[in-house]
Design a protein around this ligand. Structure first.
Ligand SMILES: [Zn+2]
Length: 326
């Protein structure tokens, strides 16, 4: 599926290049209409260049002098052209190609065949669109994470204060990000009641990995269920549906938010199990966030699913006062 997005983007790059080339030709035509002398200069530059190539091919021994002369002619013609443009208040680069990305000249690739950053960014943006992250990420990132909002007083039944606990969790999350490319089988399970910063932290992790050019999908279990059901019952745009479905498996990181709030049935359970399990087998990482306790999860999802999946996750408990109103 990744390749399909890539193909689509390659096509978009081509369309963009054509659009810009047409715009350039329109600008050139404008200039020719306004200053016919420039058309003649361009034609002469072209002819001189052609003569130069002919000279090189026709007389490999003594072409140097001819080439030197042709170069001088072309330089002089360009000067004349520049003079005419300036005289008419037309910017010198007005007739040149205007690239969206100067680095790859709107091809998406560098000379050595590697992807240009503009293409990488577009690939990630496609994932952004599906992961709904564009807006929240500006606000919810590690820079805006304020540890002081967490209480530093003992909390019933817990060894650490909510703040100490959160410092641990943030540390583990940062380790998760820094070692993301290592095949260490690390997956995270955030659990605890609402309003304790689980979603905020998920956004922080997503943002950090998107900045590293990773494909991150961040969805609620409810939306994932919708994607699964649309696909199962052939609802909605088929191509987009398949794309969304494939990304659940193939994204570098899948964040399933709010697991357990969806109406679960045998089909849902099996499908969610299938996604998470396939990712584990393929060494792809997953974060699950839930308001349920591990006990409640195991009651909803069958024990078989629960134990096989959650063995592979590091459970991190969020506790403290509800922060939503602060
Ligand atoms: Zn580029």
């Amino acid at each position: 599926m990744y390749n399909d997005i890539l193909k689509e983007l390659t096509f978009e790059y081509e369309r963009e290049r054509n659009r810009r080339e047409k715009a350039r030709r329109r600008r050139v035509d404008n200039v020719y209409k306004r200053i016919p002398a420039i058309r003649r200069i361009d034609e002469e530059i072209f002819r001189t260049g052609l003569d130069m190539s002919k000279a090189i091919i026709g007389n490999p021994e003594g072409y140097k002098e001819k080439v030197e002369k042709a170069r001088e002619t072309i330089e002089a013609l360009k000067m004349e052209k520049a003079y005419l443009l300036t005289e008419s208040n037309i910017p010198l680069e007005y007739m040149d190609m205007e690239y969206g990305c100067e680095i790859c000249e709107d091809t998406g690739y560098l000379k050595n065949g590697e992807k240009c950053n503009c293409l990488k960014q577009k690939l990630v943006s496609r994932a952004y669109k599906m992961s709904n992250l564009e807006n929240i990420l500006e606000i919810q990132n590690f820079r805006n994470f304020k540890i002081e909002v967490f209480d530093d007083k003992p909390f019933d039944g817990e060894d650490l204060t909510p703040r100490e606990n959160m410092i641990d969790i943030v540390g583990i999350s940062e380790g998760f990000i820094n070692n993301f490319d290592e095949n260490n089988g690390q997956n995270l399970l955030f659990y605890g009641t609402t309003g304790l910063g689980k979603t905020f932290l998920c956004s922080c992790i997503a943002k950090s990995l998107l900045d590293k050019n990773k494909i991150v999908i961040y969805q609620t279990a409810f939306t994932i269920l919708e994607i699964l059901e649309n696909r199962r019952f052939g609802k909605g745009d088929k191509r987009i549906g398949e794309y969304q479905y494939d990304l659940l498996f193939e994204s570098d990181l899948l964040i399933i938010d709010d697991l357990g709030t969806e109406v679960s049935n045998t089909f849902t359970n099996a499908e969610i199990f299938n996604i998470v399990n396939t990712r584990i087998i393929n060494g792809k990482k997953t974060i699950i966030s839930t308001n349920l306790t591990p006990k409640e999860i195991s009651d909803i999802y069958t024990d078989r699913i629960f134990s096989r999946i959650f063995d592979k996750f590091l459970p991190l408990k969020f506790y403290g006062r509800d922060l939503r109103w602060e």
